[in-house]
Design a protein around this ligand. Structure first.
Ligand code: SF4
Ligand code: SF4
Length: 176
């Protein structure tokens, strides 16, 4: 068992009534994660995606969460404004059943990193309607030891192959 440490955990609160579907959040997220940083703007590289139904004035921002290794078995339905949506539409996971939240070049899963290194998540900063707000709370977490990092890296290499992982690490090290 590792040692417990205090850590600030950030979360993004989404108010769908305030979202106007402008997609500024997708634009800044994809530009921030381009390599080199801000060199391109491709929403497919964004960790936040907009579910849009302009005719019904429905806009739901969904940001990328954990990667799911397999498709889930049971799927719920959501009814919004009399239209039925499959649960997959609002799911935050990158998973084998769809292309959402996958790096377009390597196919590796994308996950929101809260714009690591930035004071405030950029999608929150760029959202002029305040549909996105950042909240912080303190949590006790277990400290990760280097051995755990090695095990995590090994399972990624087993799943995606050494070349893809090495390519992604090299792209990440060129950022900034
Ligand atoms: S920037 Fe804000 S208002 Fe615009 S699409 Fe994103 S969440 Fe909605
Ligand atoms: S917090 Fe940063 S990484 Fe996460 S969705 Fe917003 S812009 Fe993208």
């Amino acid at each position: 068992m590792g040692e417990k440490k205090k850590k600030i955990v950030k979360t993004i609160k989404i108010d769908i009534d305030k979202c106007n579907g402008c997609r500024a959040c997708e634009m800044i997220c994809s530009a921030f994660h381009a390599s080199p940083k801000y060199s391109s703007n491709n929403p497919a590289r964004s960790r936040i995606r907009m579910i849009r139904e302009p005719i019904r004035d429905i806009y739901v921002p969904v940001y990328a969460g954990e990667n799911a290794k397999a498709e889930c078995m049971g799927r719920d339905k959501y009814v919004i404004g009399e239209k039925e949506y499959d649960e997959c539409v609002f799911c935050r996971a990158s998973c084998p059943s769809r292309d959402l939240f996958k790096e377009p070049d390597s196919g590796l899963p994308l996950k929101c990193d809260m714009c690591e290194g930035e004071e405030e998540p950029l999608c929150v900063k760029w959202c002029i309607t305040d549909a996105l707000t950042c909240e912080e709370r303190e949590e006790e977490v277990e400290e990760v030891k280097m051995g755990d990092v090695g095990t995590g890296l090994k399972s990624l290499i087993d799943k995606y192959g050494f070349e893809k992982i090495a390519d992604t690490i090299s792209r990440m090290s060129k950022k900034g």
